[in-house]
Design a protein around this ligand. Structure first.
Ligand code: PEP
Length: 245
């Protein structure tokens, strides 16, 4: 089974209008790769989606509300994201789970709303350092998959395995640990729908850089990367994109 690689950038709460030039440069670099290029996605803050979506790079968002519209001050719905030009959305990032108390049920509801709006939906899972050290990483991730993934929903679901302790720290699991967890995630998905599990992209996220991307992206069941810090500058992000070629 050949799954196309997806390299997705999560800009988090970074990026003013001037940073749109980075997305333009990313687009130029991807265009230069022609048919060899992987799927590329940039998820800037909400404020840049509309402008960024006028360019050549696929644009996504970092979160959405579970509803379509209504009295939810400060929230953005998946329908609004789609209307602004986003084609994808990240849900359940560990920073949202930690900073906003988002649990699996809420993440699943967000994923359902996003899929209903026609957005490719990237669902994040991953254990903390304490959970890894306690030997419960697989159980934690399996529980997050079971609770956060709307198995019955139609549409494109992508899973991002992001060990919390590897995000923004410069630390990464061993290659064997990444491959083993990705295999376990695919097996967990297959318990609900084997055919869908076989085509679902599973991304690794956590301190992916140009220097380690090639070896990580070559691992079994790693279908791409979700990249934070190294997605902010076109040169770094293109270094990771080029590692797919
Ligand atoms: C992320 O925030 O999804 C992430 C993987 O961050 P970083 O690449 O900076 O570790």
């Amino acid at each position: 089974m050949t799954r196309r690689k997806l390299i997705a950038g999560n800009w988090k709460m970074n990026g003013l209008n001037a940073a749109l030039a980075e997305i333009t440069a990313i687009g130029a670099g991807v265009a230069a790769l022609g048919a060899r290029a992987p799927d590329v996605l940039v998820c800037p803050p909400f404020t840049l989606i509309s402008s960024a979506a006028r360019g050549e790079v696929a644009i996504g968002a970092q979160d959405c509300h579970i509803g379509v519209s209504g009295a939810h001050t400060g929230d953005i719905s998946s329908v609004m994201l789609k209307d602004a030009g986003a084609g994808s959305v990240i849900v359940g990032h560990s920073e949202r789970r930690a900073d906003h108390g988002e649990d699996d049920a809420l993440v699943r509801a967000k994923a359902e709303a996003a899929l209903a709006a026609g957005l490719r939906t990237i669902i994040c899972v991953g254990e903390t350092r304490a959970e890894r050290e306690a030997g419960t990483a697989y159980a934690v991730v399996a529980r997050q998959i079971a609770g956060s993934v709307p198995f019955a929903a139609q549409g494109t679901i992508v899973i991002a395995y992001e060990p919390v302790w590897a995000i923004g720290t410069g630390l990464t699991p061993t290659n064997d640990d990444i491959a083993a967890m990705h295999g376990a995630i695919r097996a967990e998905l297959a318990r609900s729908d084997a055919a869908r599990a076989a085509v679902t992209q599973i991304l690794y996220g956590g301190s992916v850089k140009p220097g380690n991307a090639r070896e990580i992206l070559a691992l079994a069941d790693v279908d791409g990367a979700l990249v934070g810090g190294a997605s902010l500058k076109a040169a770094d992000f293109l270094g990771i994109i080029n590692a797919c070629v």
